[in-house]
Write a protein of this length. Structure first.
Length: 430
């Protein structure tokens, strides 16, 4: 894995003796003054001078989109908070992004970088997306997110985007943004190399929190992510290579971590898998899955390692969830979990689901193989194991060793599983 080596080498490279304090460029930490131009000027100066830290000192700073450039470390000091403006027009013009696994031109993410290297967001401060039922979240079109009949929502644009992806319409012609209500993600570095996020606290994203796409060498270290809004995924590496997610805390409205590689035809067009992912020493509270793989996995996912993680909440649904169908397709292989402590989950400890959303309605049969769970301890769940695959493509080589599942409410569901093995495994029903 390159991530471990990269983490050790990147900090000195990103932290020369030169600091660029945003207040020197006109930023005011009163929580009211628009500091967008000050952040832009500080980042430009840092970049042109060869790199360093753009320092956000004590205070509350209101801004629009922050676009990072190469060799720039956005450093958020301990008593500093960056609050992102909730006026959607601030995040125009549109930029090149992936939105739920399909490339398009949409609102800028709150923090964005495109084809940069050696970029970072570090410190001990807070980055507040200010997502709420009356700001961003109602665009989901769900009453529990603040939407009421007559309000705009994302449904029509989401359907249109997916149709454009299926038809292979050029990305430059997939223009969304104003009037389409596709919420931006919080931090989306796109086609970047050497990305570090360390120590900071993220809260209340409009949609997904951290979504590196087509990046190489990504380290997410000691980060806290807290947001219970719709689709508030915590960290979604997508078509990335060499990713380390270590000692992080997740309390999310959707998956804590979701590993992805593009959706349907568009994912197959780009055809870049997500590979070499380490999840180590993390704590998961609320969420749909502690670690999920999919559902946008059409480019394939391989070599996922999780160890020494803890998960506990009646509102956390699953420990490990692999979700796909025959429209998504994709190959998932080599998934290894060990030394995971699960106090309780609401559904299954392990779920492999080939019938997610559209079910078996396409011609791209998925493949899941080589899933190994060792030293898993679960205190309470509805199921220990829930697997539904296809008879033409069974989940293959699923191995459990030295695992204990207690307070399990229902028997395992095992539909089309090949080469299932259990060594020293205890499942104790209620």
């Amino acid at each position: 894995m390159l991530s471990q080596r990269y983490y050790k080498e990147l900090l000195p490279r990103l932290s020369p003796q030169i600091d660029f304090d945003v207040t020197r460029f006109g930023a005011v930490g009163d929580g009211k003054t628009d500091c967008s131009e000050a952040f832009k000027e500080a980042i430009n100066k840092c970049n042109t001078d060869g790199g360093g830290r753009v320092v956000v000192p004590k205070g509350i700073y209101l801004t629009g989109a922050i676009h990072l450039k190469s060799n720039v470390n956005l450093y958020v000091s301990k008593e500093a908070t960056i609050k992102f403006n909730t006026d959607p027009k601030i995040y125009l013009p549109v930029v090149f992004v992936r939105w739920e696994g399909v490339e398009c031109m949409n609102y800028s993410p709150l923090i964005y970088a495109y084809e940069r290297e050696n970029i970072a967001v570090t410190g001990e401060g807070v980055l507040d997306g200010q997502g709420a039922n009356d700001k961003w979240w109602s665009w989901k079109g769900k009453e529990e997110a603040g939407w009421v009949a007559g309000m705009p929502n994302q449904n029509a644009a989401r359907k249109k985007l997916f149709e454009l992806g299926e038809k292979g319409v050029p990305v430059a012609e997939r223009i969304f943004g104003h009037g389409f209500y596709l919420r931006p993600n919080f931090f989306e570095p796109y086609k970047c190399k050497n990305v570090l996020v360390q120590g900071v606290k993220f809260k209340d994203s409009p949609m997904w929190f951290l979504n590196p796409v087509l990046c190489k060498n990504v380290s997410i270290i000691g980060v806290s992510i807290d947001g219970l809004g719709p689709n508030n995924d915590g960290c979604d590496p997508e078509s990335c290579t060499d990713v380390l997610i270590k000692n992080c805390y997740f309390n999310t409205g959707d998956d804590c971590i979701a590993i992805k590689s593009g959706r349907n035809n568009d994912g197959r067009r780009v055809n870049v898998p997500c590979s070499n992912i380490i999840v180590q020493g993390c704590r998961m509270k609320n969420g749909h899955g502690g670690v999920s793989i999919g559902s946008e996995l059409s480019g394939g996912i391989r070599n996922v390692y999780a160890e020494n993680d803890t998960m506990d909440s009646p509102n956390l649904e699953r420990m490990l969830r692999i979700k796909t169908n025959s429209i998504r397709g994709g190959v998932v292989e080599n998934v290894y979990f060990r030394n995971i402590k699960v106090e309780q989950v609401a559904d299954a400890v392990l779920q492999i689901d080939f019938y997610y959303e559209e079910g078996d309605a396409g011609s791209f049969t998925p493949l899941v193989q080589n899933v190994e769970l060792k030293k898993i301890e679960s205190g309470k769940s509805k199921f220990a194991v829930w697997i539904r695959a296809y008879d033409r493509s069974p989940a293959t080589n699923v191995h459990f060793e030295n695992c204990t599942f207690t307070n399990v409410a229902r028997p395992n569901v095992l539909e089309n599983v090949k080469d299932l093995s259990m060594i020293n495994v205890r499942i104790m029903n209620k």
